[in-house]
Design a protein around this ligand. Structure first.
Ligand code: GDP
Length: 444
């Protein structure tokens, strides 16, 4: 179903004649396909709605650059919004707490809780060189504690000795004590699951939580159960409080619909994904990879890259034209600073323009670290459009207003203006000089 989402979008837009900007009707048609595909993939309705709203907002009126098709343009927007919905960056398990760090694993029976527990233990042992103790708190299924013990022996990870007749909170307490006394860095508590959520299960989880005071409470959920997994996450979060999600069976046929909803509905990060039964089949969660997968096309990545390159190149060309006229205003500077923030360096749009290395160096030398860039952006954002386009207007009282508005000093405003003047001068010279920029514009 998701397989053809990109194709379907492409088809719709390829039929359209080219216009300057994407119209409401064009976008609406594509969004119908997006909506259908998301619903088929079991993405929660509320998430589908806010997702398509965001895409519409961004797409309607967006100019279609010459070098990409309208279809590619929309796919890029869908891709971007998807990454945002999934949570921009993967968050690893947080071990920043006094040892032994308690990690509590919760979830339904059969979701892969025990498997994931040992996968995480193995990972922390091998990659992070932590000493890990695992404990099964599942007293309901007779074989459960035994299963964890066997896995522990297999991977060379210690498990808490089984003592018959203890309650889950008692086991949790004993595990934490053993962890402390024997110098473990991490104690992972594998709790009991049920086939469905019920009150006794939630009470038991809350009790264990109170005893162990977990630093991380990770919900293990089966990606294939789609919408059910989302409701599960909601309930567990409300009753026990979770800090993150491990989505298992991402190697299966499910195409990530659950991932998309989980994050949006619970606001909790997906920390890890399970991609198989073997011990090493555990991966960090990368939103862009999942977005590619949801869009379901092998070459979606290159397509998106091509589209963004073309968009950048066209912007750069527009900028070059402006520079030739010697018209680099503060709006352009804000554009550049914003771009720098995004890519974390000066290799962005300016980098696309030949001969611009000198300016890049100057900016780098100006020690433009993140906080400085943020301050500069704040200053520019406190200006009116008129002021940005004509910095000459900035007299002393306007500067004072801008400094107050951006939480800076007048001397910061002056510094920024000086930097802008220097850049504008240099660009003007380059634009007129050896035709560097002119050359790039195809001699026009
Ligand atoms: P628990 O009842 O939640 O503890 O579930 P288990 O850990 O016993 O796992 C149930 C089954 O799912 C086992 O056969 C596991 O091998 C399998 N399993 C767990 N995680 C994954 C995964 O990411 N992918 C696949 N394909 N199978 C998994």
């Amino acid at each position: 179903m998701f397989d053809n989402l990109s194709d379907r979008l492409g088809d719709i837009f390829d039929k359209l004649t080219r216009r300057g900007a994407l119209s409401e009707k064009d976008v609406g048609e594509a969004l119908r396909e997006v909506r259908r595909a998301l619903i088929e993939a079991d993405v929660a309705l509320e998430v589908v709605r806010s997702f398509t709203d965001k895409v519409r907002e961004r797409a309607v009126g967006a100019e279609v650059v010459k070098s990409v098709t309208p279809g590619q343009m929309v796919i890029k927007i869908v891709h971007d919004v998807m990454i945002e919905t999934l949570g921009a960056e993967g968050k690893p398990i947080d071990l920043n707490a006094p040892s032994p760090v308690p990690i509590m694993m919760v979830g339904l029976q059969g979701s892969g809780k025990t498997t994931t527990t040992s996968k995480i233990a193995l990972r922390l042992t091998r990659r992070e060189k932590r000493k890990v103790l695992m404990a099964s708190l599942d007293t309901r299924r007779p074989a459960a504690q035994e299963q964890l013990k066997v896995l522990g022996e297999q991977y060379g990870i210690d498990t808490l000795p089984i003592v018959a007749g203890e309650t889950p909170p008692q086991i949790a307490k004993r595990a934490m004590t053993a962890g402390r006394l024997s110098g473990y860095d991490v104690v992972i508590l594998d709790t009991a699951g049920r086939t469905h959520i019920d009150e006794p299960l939630m009470m038991e989880m809350a009790e264990i939580r109170d005893v162990a005071q977990p630093h991380e409470t990770l919900l293990v959920a089966d990606a294939l159960t789609g919408q059910d997994a989302v409701n599960l996450a909601k309930s567990f979060d409300e009753r026990v409080g979770i800090t993150g999600i491990c989505l298992t069976r991402m190697d299966g046929d499910g195409r990530g619909g659950a991932a998309l909803s989980m994050r949006a509905v619970t606001g909790k990060p997906i920390k890890l994904i399970g991609t198989g039964e073997k011990a090493d089949a555990l991966e960090e969660f990368h939103p862009s990879r999942i977005a590619d997968r949801i869009l379901g096309m092998g070459d979606i990545v290159s397509l998106v890259e091509k589209a963004s390159e073309a968009i950048d190149a066209e912007k750069a060309a527009k900028m070059a034209k402006k520079l030739q006229k010697g018209a680099f205003d503060l709006e352009d500077l804000a554009d550049q600073l914003g771009h720098m923030q995004k890519i974390g360096g000066m290799s962005g749009m300016l980098g696309l323009m030949p001969g611009i290395g000198k300016i890049k160096k100057q900016l780098d030398a100006a020690n433009l670290d993140d906080t400085i860039v943020k301050r500069q952006m704040a200053i520019i954002n406190s200006m009116t459009v008129k002021e940005k386009r004509a910095p000459k207007l900035l007299n002393a009282s306007r500067k004072r207003r801008i400094a107050a508005g951006s939480g800076t000093e007048v001397q910061d405003v002056n510094k920024l203006l000086k930097m802008h003047r220097q850049m504008a001068d240099m660009m003007k010279k380059m634009g007129k000089g050896k035709g560097l920029l002119g050359g790039m514009m195809g001699g026009k």
